[in-house]
Design a protein around this ligand. Structure first.
Ligand code: CTP
Length: 399
């Protein structure tokens, strides 16, 4: 897995920098091309020459090397993975805030490769809310965090914050590279958010969907190498490289999906599409003085059922079942009725799950009868598990 892979090893300034030497040695022994990048403070703990003796590539410490203009973009673009071990509170904070002040922080912003950070610091710093919030922000963005261990720290202190063992770090890098690009060349269409069906120019029928789960699918699929098109009713920050189409109603969404569905290898219908809409939206605002209006509803088209009818051979269709009772049974029924490959059953009334939360707990049911329980976790993790199931169902591609 590591042989021939290009790894940028960022080393920042903490006592654990000496362990980066061991991480470097293990990666090189496994056949990786390792380019160390040391911060100024790292050089106070270990010498550049120590890493130079072990690394397969040049050790860099500065943005300002005349022989190599703009090294951060070169390093960032050429990397299969960037690992920061140890990652200090300062580097984590800069990365979370999008700041670049040296070669390492610039490389972190200039890369699209997966990033693994291995924090190491004193327990008080590790547990500080600012550091924990930065870690949560990075996790949400898809950065892989190798949690520090509990143990002996600098100055004889004990507690959480000790850099993970080099073997654990190398195993994490291997894992990231293994799932890294399994969607390379795969076209994934994702819908996100709840549709809004107008009653008049100022009012609509909507639902509580925040779009977070759909965006998590788009981000994780993109990170795993897919070409992603995201059709969404909500505006959330999204990584450049994901094609976004903004829609409002079920009819808009149906039209946008129809434009892309033919070429998509995978379709994830995470959007909460209204089942009914006002038959005729008023052209002007309905006034209170005119009495209580009667809003007559009509059904919207079932986008997913339509996709199933036109499904191409090898295309993988993923639906969602947002339920409040009989979750598994209702989802299994939808899976069969809409002729899907996978359905993500979501008890939206469970604590911490469903609409608006950052976390979710789901059961993934497959047409072949298999099922997988995903207990309460980050929505990106839910997306990862579902995409693993999708990957297993994609037709084998040459190479
Ligand atoms: N869906 C769709 N078009 C609709 C309604 C739903 O494509 N008009 C999709 C959703 O994106 C989701 C799946 O169908 O992936 C299930 O949606 P849900 O509303 O839970 O199912 P319904 O078919 O509406 O069934 P019910 O009303 O019985 O819950």
């Amino acid at each position: 897995m590591l042989a021939g892979r290009r790894i940028v090893l960022g080393v920042s300034g903490g006592i654990a920098a000496y362990k980066a030497v061991e991480v470097c040695r293990r990666l090189v022994d496994a056949g990786a091309f390792v380019s160390p990048v040391m911060t100024k403070d790292a050089e106070r703990f270990i010498g550049k020459v120590t890493l130079s003796a072990l690394a397969s590539e040049k050790v860099r410490t500065s943005m300002w090397d005349e022989a190599e203009p703009i090294p951060h973009t070169k390093l960032g673009q050429g990397a299969d993975v960037v690992v920061v071990a140890p990652a200090t509170a300062r580097v984590l904070g800069a990365y979370a805030a999008g700041l670049s002040y040296d070669l390492l922080t610039s490389t972190l912003l200039a890369t699209r490769a997966p990033v693994v950070v291995c924090p190491a610091m004193h327990t008080e710093m590790w547990e500080h809310p600012a550091v924990q919030e930065n870690i949560a922000t990075l996790r949400r963005r898809g950065v892989h965090v190798v949690d520090p261990e509990v143990g002996r720290l600098a100055g004889g202190d004990e507690g959480a914050g000790r850099l993970a063992d080099p073997a654990v770090i190398v195993a994490a890098v291997e894992r990231v590279l293994a799932t890294g690009h399994d969607f390379a060349g795969v076209r994934v269409l994702v819908t996100a958010g709840g549709t809004r069906e107008p009653i008049d120019p100022v009012r609509f029928i909507g639902n509580r969907s925040s779009g977070k789960q759909g965006y998590a699918f788009a981000e994780v699929a993109h990170q795993r190498g897919a070409h992603v098109t995201l059709i969404t009713t909500v505006d959330r920050a999204v990584t450049a490289g994901i094609a976004v189409e903004r829609v409002e109603t079920a009819a808009d969404m149906e039209a946008a999906v129809a434009r892309h569905s033919n070429e998509a290898d995978v379709i994830v219908m995470a959007a909460a599409v209204a089942d009914f809409r006002p038959k005729a939206a008023a052209d002007v605002k309905i006034k209170k003085g005119e009495g209580v209006p009667e809003v007559v509803l009509e059904p919207t088209p079932d986008i997913l059922a339509g996709l199933a009818e036109r499904k191409r051979h090898g295309q993988v269709l993923v639906g969602f079942a947002a339920e409040t009772v009989d979750v598994r049974a209702n989802a299994a029924d939808k899976l069969a009725r809409k002729r899907l490959d996978l359905i993500v059953a979501n008890d939206v009334s469970a604590p911490g799950a469903g609409f608006e939360h950052d976390t979710n707990s789901v059961v993934v049911l497959a047409a072949d009868g298999t099922e997988q329980n995903v207990p309460l976790t980050d929505k990106r993790q839910v997306a990862s598990v579902v995409l693993d199931a999708v990957a297993a169902r994609l037709p084998r591609r040459p190479g």
